[in-house]
Write a protein that binds this ligand. Structure first.
Ligand code: GTP
Length: 598
């Protein structure tokens, strides 16, 4: 297709503002699917995405649209993941486009995530077309939302398209605005091939499918290509696009978006942001913007039933086929047996993987306390280590200093919840950077250690604000912190799954809370169970679960004293034996519940 007749765009929106519904409408209107096929939302194609209402994997759809001017256009709609954990993937999808539809819910208005995405889009020099969606809602206030878009984002919203994706209102206007406002791509089809790897996923029939944006040159079947950063070479065996059904094409040329396959089995060879060129006539250098993605949150995943270990390994390997951004390695724990230490891009990513293992693979799992990656300087010039697991924390005498990752968080909320939200951030060692009011809502910026956010910050934020606060963050680097490892001992045995790295200042409160919660969560046993929190050898909090007294003398009717005494002795011995050799059974829920801060 002629460059002048191509439009590449993405849709940016806050969760639930109607991105998928609008995308479906655009596909339907341009004839990509029949009504029956439309019955299920097509862009969000994983169950969990659907239930959680989020989009994980970027997908793209090519639409053919005959505009009011009579010309036929090729519109490539790029669906971008909707969450901060996938910020880098989003940035590559945006880099593949020249413009974006900004979908804002007419009743909800602009929210934090909308902002973050818009700013990213502006950084990519996108032409942004505002679409005010859900105008069918009684609570819709399109004029107010227009004003908000102008005030908060600084975009001209006077020509914003008013739409209802649900009722099909304004769809043609959206398509016309795409053609009229979003610039066509630039590129040179006669130059050496430079194609950006936007995304990749594993398909059981096709192998690894790679989504590309061709910047210069032409990509076609039978070419020998090379990943300029990954270094591997492959033979292209298929070139195509999605409408959203797969359609084979002879080629994808400069300015276009499409997919290729090349008999690749392992997704870790296809790095998002890599540049694809030909072996015969290669580009001089890779396209700018490549970044290695690194997991930032780690936790252990253990099967509740040790017999499920193999199943867990197989399931994790299968998930990994489709997601090179999470890592795993085998781990063993005294309390939990064999499992895996897994690394994720963020908390939501962790939750998604954990939930898929539970639901799609039917596994009962224990998840240990999520931990961030600490950088530890060792004494005596022994260098620096990266700590992924609190269990591996070196002896304190060997530590010169510990650094922890910090984030900048932007929280956007109605004024009435601001007080409690500020307190929450303050309690988590947050440093307030900015507080502004925009359209009757507060926007507050905090710097917070990631470690204070990984466990239950989202949950707390949501409950404090009744779901009205939105939260967005990015990492801002490492800072030194007064951090210590807190161990939890149940019946004098350290339970490594519960140990965590905490700030010294909050260790005691956290330790006490944890012991109190464990006391309620662990059922009584035949013996007394001490629960302790300790730093180094020093106990900082303690609770005791009283023994369950089994009344073994009940059957003796008070008669024979010596027999009664014998029984009591036996019971005492039993208790002793259990205390010495026996172990305490800690229920599965206790692990997670104990980590939630009150
Ligand atoms: P993510 O994929 O999670 O980012 O969400 P999304 O932005 O794609 O939202 P989605 O399209 O899934 O829509 C969220 C909810 O809003 C769904 O229940 C839709 O049916 C509803 N919705 C979407 N568009 C409209 C609209 O124009 N009017 C009304 N009333 N509801 C809509």
């Amino acid at each position: 297709t002629e460059l002048s007749h191509i439009r590449n765009f993405s849709i940016i929106a806050h969760i639930d503002h109607g991105k998928s519904t609008l995308a479906d409408r655009l596909i339907q209107r341009t004839g990509g699917l029949t009504d029956r096929e439309m019955s299920a939302q097509v862009l969000d194609n994983m169950d969990i995405e659907k239930e959680r209402g989020i989009t994980i994997k970027a997908q793209t759809v090519r639409l053919n649209y005959t505009a009011k001017n009579g010309e036929l256009y090729e519109l490539n709609l790029m669906d971008t993941p909707g969450h901060v954990d996938f910020a880098y993937e989003v940035s590559r999808s945006l880099a593949a486009c020249e413009g974006a539809l900004l979908v804002v819910d007419a009743a909800q208005g602009v929210e934090a995530q909308t902002l973050a995405n818009v700013y990213q889009s502006i950084e990519h020099d996108h032409e942004i077309v505002p679409v005010i969606n859900k105008i069918d809602l009684p609570a819709a206030e399109p004029e107010k939302v227009k004003a908000e878009i102008e005030e908060v984002i600084g975009l001209d919203a006077s020509e914003a398209v008013l739409a209802s994706a649900k009722s099909g209102i304004g769809i043609d206007e959206v398509l016309e605005a795409i053609v009229a406002k979003i610039p066509p791509p630039k590129g040179d089809r006669d130059a050496p091939l430079e194609a950006m790897l936007v995304d990749s996923w594993y398909d059981p029939y096709l192998g690894v499918v790679i989504l590309v944006r061709v910047v210069n040159g032409v990509i076609r079947k039978g070419q020998n290509i090379k990943f300029m950063i990954g270094g591997t070479e492959h033979l292209i065996d298929r070139v195509g696009c999605m409408r959203p059904k797969i359609e084979n094409l002879p080629e994808i040329s400069a300015g276009e978006i499409g997919f290729i396959t090349a008999q690749i089995k392992d997704i870790s060879q296809t790095r998002v942001g890599d540049t694809i060129t030909t072996v015969k006539n290669p580009a001089a250098k890779p396209l700018p913007g490549f970044k290695e993605v690194q997991p930032v949150v780690f936790c252990g995943l253990f099967p509740v039933d040790a017999a499920d270990f193999d199943k867990l390994r197989d399931s994790i390997s299968k998930l990994r086929l489709n997601d090179a951004s999470f890592s795993f390695e085998m781990e063993s724990s005294a309390a939990l047996g064999f499992g895996f230490r897994c690394g994720f891009l963020g908390l939501l990513h962790l939750e998604i993987i954990q939930e898929r293992l539970t639901r799609e693979y039917d596994l009962d799992l224990i998840t240990t306390a999520p931990s961030v990656v600490y950088k530890i300087q060792l004494t005596h010039g022994n260098g620096e280590i990266e700590l992924h697991n609190p269990a591996d924390m070196p002896d304190p005498t060997k530590i010169a200093d510990i650094e922890e990752p910090w984030i900048e968080a932007v929280i956007y909320c109605p004024d009435e919840y601001l007080g409690s939200i500020l307190k929450l951030c303050q309690d988590r060692r947050g440093i307030q950077k900015n507080l502004t009011y925009v359209a009757g809502r507060a926007q507050v910026t905090y710097e917070i250690p990631l470690n204070e956010v990984v466990f239950d910050f989202y949950d707390r934020l949501k409950s404090i604000s009744r779901g009205y606060a939105s939260f967005d963050y990015h990492q801002i680097g490492y800072r030194e912190g007064d951090l210590v490892k807190m161990s939890i001992m149940v019946n004098s045995e350290p339970v490594d799954a519960l140990s965590m790295i905490v700030h010294r200042g909050s260790a005691e409160t956290r330790g006490r809370g944890m012991c109190e919660r464990l006391k309620d969560l662990i059922p009584r046993h035949l013996f007394k169970i001490p629960i302790q929190a300790a730093i180094g050898g020093k106990v900082i909090a303690r609770e005791t679960i009283a023994a369950m007294r089994k009344d073994v003398t009940a059957k003796c009717y008070g008669g024979d004293i010596s027999r009664k005494k014998k029984l009591l002795d036996k019971q005492k011995e039993g208790k002793k034996r259990m205390r010495e050799y026996g172990s305490v059974s800690i229920p599965q829920e206790a692990f997670i519940a104990a980590l939630r801060m009150g």
